[in-house]
Write a protein that binds this ligand. Structure first.
Ligand code: NA7
Length: 603
């Protein structure tokens, strides 16, 4: 289908009134109850799985294996995480290569980031029809998305369906947090330990831990004395949270805070939004997906996927070839108005130079500032909500359903914690340098220790016991975002230094999983046991990542989590590769075609 046709279909949706967002909690319980009980080592026995028995003679090693360090469960590959990436990686290694694989997952169900992020209004900013797997034509055809953007419960249903359809759950061990992983040089294997004291060993260790899974709860003095409930959006209670009759304080105005604000405001007695950095946001224009749109998409999936893979950000649309500076003021305004009506992340594609030329960017920034002034009735509140310290999309641009409109409600107020920083939390509320705000509940929408946080939390040790944390003291250093020098046979799906968070994640994930799977197949076919990034190749790649970032305006947003700026003390390094997914995938293909150039392969 011509992508313009899709745009037309979405244009029709945009004209309809946006559906009110249901809270993520509406469906949470139903989903959890469908999840099977956690598998334990020994419950699933794959052909090539062996137990190295070190216990008393006669103990049945693969039956009811005790959770003691005396037993090590051996696999070809251990995958950490059962979100989009871990599930597909399991399928690829187990069902295509025939490897014995175990997935270790901290949560009690599949879903990864989506398993934990159940906050009110949680919804994907990518559109459902392409925020999905492309590896199975059957899955593509059978799954029916209900809305333009999938809500968290729908993504959970989708991932549970995929996990069941491909028989993945039997090889996933839920409720299992990896706390240590070390490369045993003599054996050429990774030794992995969990919080519960279980031990695993595998030739390959593959992290599928997501980029936004290590929550960032600000260290505010007095939090422990707070008498009410507090929650971080990335660890939302599965049983739900009742805002009715409560004075709720919400800290943070990134994508999450912007999604949650309108939904919490509908139920809470009063909502106070604590804003440190004002943000640009584009209307999502969510709506139901018509049968006509669904059929059209399904007929054209091959072209849609090809477009996504060949794009800069993994989305199936073109970035305009026109410069914002070449268009006259009227033509430019008309194009922005059209893009505003279509809504969503497509707005960023209205002109080719919004992320490369400061003046071009300023035209988009000023257009959005004008929209905020139009929507928000109180001029002082509108001004406070207006971003002036960074350009549009230099931080990850949120998309919303009636975010700015919510500040016209009587039960919502906005507090500027840039001008008056948060000092402390007391029994009764939150104190800024300006005074105390009495609260019954605090919601931290304060983001994540992105990209590096989940990897460093696993205490990964490479050759000679070298810690990943040491290797990354000055920021992450990878080769292609896939491997780290000194850490043989460790693969990091959507690791720092890859396009990852700058993309539609499933597109980036599938490219990585396919590359890793082909790489392991190559090793096996050539009777090779090891692959490790060369230090020089990693150094060159770090320089390329840096160069790609500085060819854009992305590093100019001082408060961006892409730079690690939201976490005090984190090195300020631009983490994802900004050179575009298509270019990146081409580099990865070439590296493989040249005999895995930049890697050392060994027996
Ligand atoms: P983000 O985008 O990192 O947003 C976090 C927000 O929390 C942001 O407004 C921060 O302000 C604010 N924040 C963080 N720490 C504090 C403290 N200590 N005090 C006040 N305000 C604070 O996380 P999200 O969860 O919204 O989104 C993450 C990604 O998920 C998103 O980009 C999409 O890719 C999906 P700051 O801007 O740092 O001044």
């Amino acid at each position: 289908m011509a992508i313009t046709e899709l745009m037309r279909l979405w244009g029709q949706h945009a004209a309809k009134k946006a559906q009110p967002a249901r809270t993520a909690l509406d469906h949470a319980d139903a989903i959890d109850s469908t999840s099977p009980p956690a598998n334990r080592p020994g419950e699933t026995r794959r052909k090539r799985l062996t137990w190295r028995q070190r216990g008393p003679e006669g103990t049945m090693p693969d039956m009811q294996a005790p959770k003691t360090p005396e037993y090590t469960a051996e696999y070809d590959a251990i995958i950490v995480g059962a979100g989009f990436s871990g599930l597909y990686q399991l399928h690829a290694l187990r069902d295509r290569l025939g490897l014995s694989v175990r997935v270790l997952e901290a949560g009690d169900g599949v879903g990864g980031t989506w398993y934990w992020n159940r906050y009110p209004g949680a919804r994907c900013d990518s559109e459902s029809y392409y925020y999905s797997y492309s590896f199975s034509k059957e899955l593509e055809q059978e799954w029916e998305w209900s809305e333009r953007y999938p809500e968290q419960p729908e993504i959970m249903r989708y991932l549970n369906h995929a996990a069941e359809r491909f028989g993945l759950k039997r090889d996933i061990q839920f409720g299992t947090r990896v706390t240590h992983a070390a490369f045993d040089e003599a054996a050429g294997r990774w030794q992995v330990a969990t919080e519960a004291g279980e031990r695993f060993s595998a030739q390959f260790l593959i992290t599928a831990v997501g980029c936004l899974s290590s929550t960032n709860v600000p260290k505010i003095p007095g939090l422990e004395s707070f008498a009410g409930e507090w929650h971080h959006t990335g660890r939302w209670p599965h049983g739900g949270v009742d805002f009715r009759g409560k004075r709720v304080g919400l800290v943070g105005t990134g994508s999450t805070g912007i999604q949650a604000t309108p939904v919490i405001a509908r139920d809470a007695r009063h909502l106070t939004v604590f804003q440190r950095t004002a943000n640009y946001s584009i209307p999502a224009r969510n709506g139901p997906m018509s049968a006509e749109a669904r059929a059209e998409i399904k007929r054209n999936y091959a072209a849609i996927r090809e477009k996504s893979r060949g794009s800069t950000n993994g989305h199936p649309w073109d970035i305009s070839a026109a410069s914002a500076l070449d268009a006259g003021p009227e033509e430019r305004m008309a194009l922005y108005e059209d893009a505003w009506k279509v809504g969503g992340l497509r707005f960023r594609a209205a002109f080719k130079d919004l992320l490369s030329h400061p003046e071009a960017n300023e035209t988009a920034s000023e257009f959005i500032r004008g929209k905020i002034r139009e929507v928000v009735h109180d001029p002082a509140t509108a001004e406070l909500l207006t971003p002036r310290d960074h350009g549009f999309a230099t931080k990850r641009p949120p998309i919303d359903t009636e975010y700015f409109e919510t500040f016209n409600r009587d039960n919502v107020s906005l507090v500027d914690v840039r001008a008056h920083p948060i000092e402390a939390i007391s029994r009764d509320g939150l104190r800024t340098t300006e005074g105390e705000h009495k609260l019954d509940m605090i919601v931290f929408a304060t983001g994540f220790d992105a990209m590096t946080g989940p990897l460093l939390a696993m205490d990964i040790r490479g050759r000679g016991g070298a810690a990943l944390a040491e290797a990354w003291t000055a920021g992450p250093r990878t080769y292609l975002g896939l491997q780290v020098a000194g850490f043989p046979n460790l693969f990091t799906i959507t690791g720092p230094g890859s396009p990852s968070v700058l993309c539609n994640m499933p597109t980036a994930i599938e490219q990585h999983v396919d590359w890793i799977t082909d790489c392991i197949r190559h090793l096996r076919d050539h009777r090779l046991a090891r692959i490790e990034a060369r230090a020089e190749a990693a150094e060159r790649w770090v320089a390329q990542v840096n160069e790609a970032a500085h060819a854009t305006l992305l590093p100019t947003a001082a408060s961006s989590w892409y730079l690690g700026a939201n976490v005090p003390g984190k090195p300020r390094v631009f983490m994802p590769y900004a050179g575009g997914l298509a270019r990146y995938a081409g580099i990865c293909r070439e590296v493989a075609a040249n005999g895995y150039e930049g890697f050392v392969l060994g027996r």
